[in-house]
Design a binder for this molecule. Structure first.
Ligand SMILES: Cc1ncc(COP(=O)(O)O)c(C=O)c1O
Length: 431
């Protein structure tokens, strides 16, 4: 009798999962799985996700192959990161930060920038601590903050005024009074992302000085996400907030081998900052991943060691500028409004004038989301080029600001971008 009852019971949800998954938006179907290549026509050109369709440089992958043939790098590394990579980071970033970095206490190798940021949150957030981030924001910040008991607080980057006919990412502005108003006695941290995903904004010295003044006044930790530091265009200068007076002591600078060496799947990143930030973060990362994969740390080290001599970052920057131009030219030909990015590898296209039928056969996953989800879906299906709806990078209350934009990633080879540009010309049929 008892056996029969057990058999009838639904056993598929016996154990309730943690509410933090809901708070961290981790259960909602995320934009990456909706606009995933698998859901789109096989020949749709993927300018949605921000990973490259070209390999890392051969002289970097060769170092990975060599590491795999050597015994030591097939095993655990020190949780701080392999000494060769920490030395390479010291040599590469030290001069830019104007200091002799201590490889033992001021540099930490992490499993991608993402895990490094997660570990900082684990190390510094108490339950209910507030973390200010500028919207639109890189979507991983939200779950990483909430999983660690923090509360995200949003301050908007204001989109370009309507009468600017050719906006650049510099026309997305911060209102420092708004930032000040967002600070409460529970504020612990500000996240600054420059060059910015998805806007492409390269924060100016003045903007960073104003943010720094707020951080100093309210004793806040600054997480400076600079994973696109190597991709700044048009002679614009990448400023590191850690370099502003007094800021080293409260800033952790975040970098990524994935962006630097076209190797997003390697999951190698790094944090640079004072021992007072790096040491607690080391304690956290040691208990989260213990250490980052060893062979690809060797490869990243080799990349940084050789970059200068090979003029790798200068050449890469010029290649990305050429890629950016392919999309910009087609948008110009069509008379479409977009934000010219001064950094990173994304272009925001204003899609508010793209017209599509209300009764178009949209999948459930995009219905009930912002208009941009439907517009991006329509563009992917009818034009054959995928992009990412920008409302995903906003909190629910402010999602309407993002609805005007689709994000096109130009971290793709010239051929692919050329084909995408040809297809995008057909957008004129829907304006
Ligand atoms: C702004 C920003 N920060 C961090 C990351 C994560 O970098 P990683 O792949 O090294 O974890 C990304 C990746 O897209 C990003 O755009």
């Amino acid at each position: 009798m008892a056996t029969a009852i057990v058999e009838k019971k639904d056993r598929s949800k016996l154990i309730p999962f943690s509410s933090r998954l809901k708070e961290g938006r981790a259960l909602a179907q995320d934009v990456w799985s909706i606009f995933n290549a698998l859901n789109l026509p096989a020949d749709c050109i993927n300018l949605g996700q921000g990973y490259m369709n070209f390999p890392p440089p051969a002289w970097v992958t060769e170092a990975a192959e060599e590491a795999l043939r050597t015994v030591a790098p097939n095993h655990y590394s020190h949780p701080k990161g392999r000494i060769r990579l920490r030395e390479a980071i010291k040599k590469f970033y030290g001069p830019q930060l104007g200091r002799e970095l201590d490889v033992e206490s001021e540099i930490l190798v992490t499993s991608g920038a993402n895990e490094g940021q997660y570990s900082v949150f684990t190390a510094f957030l108490e339950q209910g601590d507030e973390v200010i981030m500028f919207e639109p924001f890189f979507d991983q910040y939200l779950p990483s903050v909430t999983f660690n008991g923090g509360k995200p607080v949003y301050v908007p980057l204001h989109p370009p005024a309507h009468d600017i006919s050719k906006p650049t990412s510099n026309d997305w502005t911060i209102d420092i009074a708004e930032l000040r108003r967002a600070v409460t006695p529970r504020t612990k941290m500000i996240i600054v992302n420059t060059p910015h995903n998805p806007v492409g904004k390269v924060f100016t010295k003045k903007e960073l000085e104003e943010i720094a003044a707020v951080a100093e006044e309210f004793n806040l930790l600054v997480m400076s996400d600079e994973v696109y530091d190597c991709l700044v265009f048009d002679g614009k200068e990448h400023i590191r907030i850690a370099n502003l007076p007094g800021m080293w002591d409260r800033t952790v600078t975040v970098g990524s081998a994935g962006k630097a060496f076209a190797a997003t799947g390697w999951r190698v990143g790094w944090l640079i900052g004072p021992a007072s930030i790096i040491q607690p973060t080391l304690a956290a990362t040691t208990r989260i991943v213990f250490c980052t994969n060893s062979p690809l740390q060797e490869a990243a080290a080799s990349g940084l060691e050789q970059a200068k001599e090979r003029q790798y970052f200068e050449i890469q920057r010029a290649e990305y500028a050429e890629r950016r131009k392919i999309l910009v030219d087609v948008f110009d030909q069509l008379g479409l409004k977009y934000t010219l990015p001064e950094g990173s590898y994304f272009i925001l296209l204003d899609i508010s004038n793209v017209k599509f039928p209300d009764d178009y056969p949209f999948p459930k996953s995009v219905l009930g989301r912002g208009r941009d989800f439907r517009a991006c879906w329509f563009i992917a299906m009818e034009i054959g080029v995928s992009s990412i709806p920008v409302s995903e990078f906003y909190c629910e209350e402010h999602a309407n600001i993002g609805e005007a934009y689709a994000r096109f990633a130009f971290c793709k080879d010239v051929d692919t971008l050329g084909k995408a540009a040809e297809r995008l010309k057909n957008l004129k049929n829907y304006m």
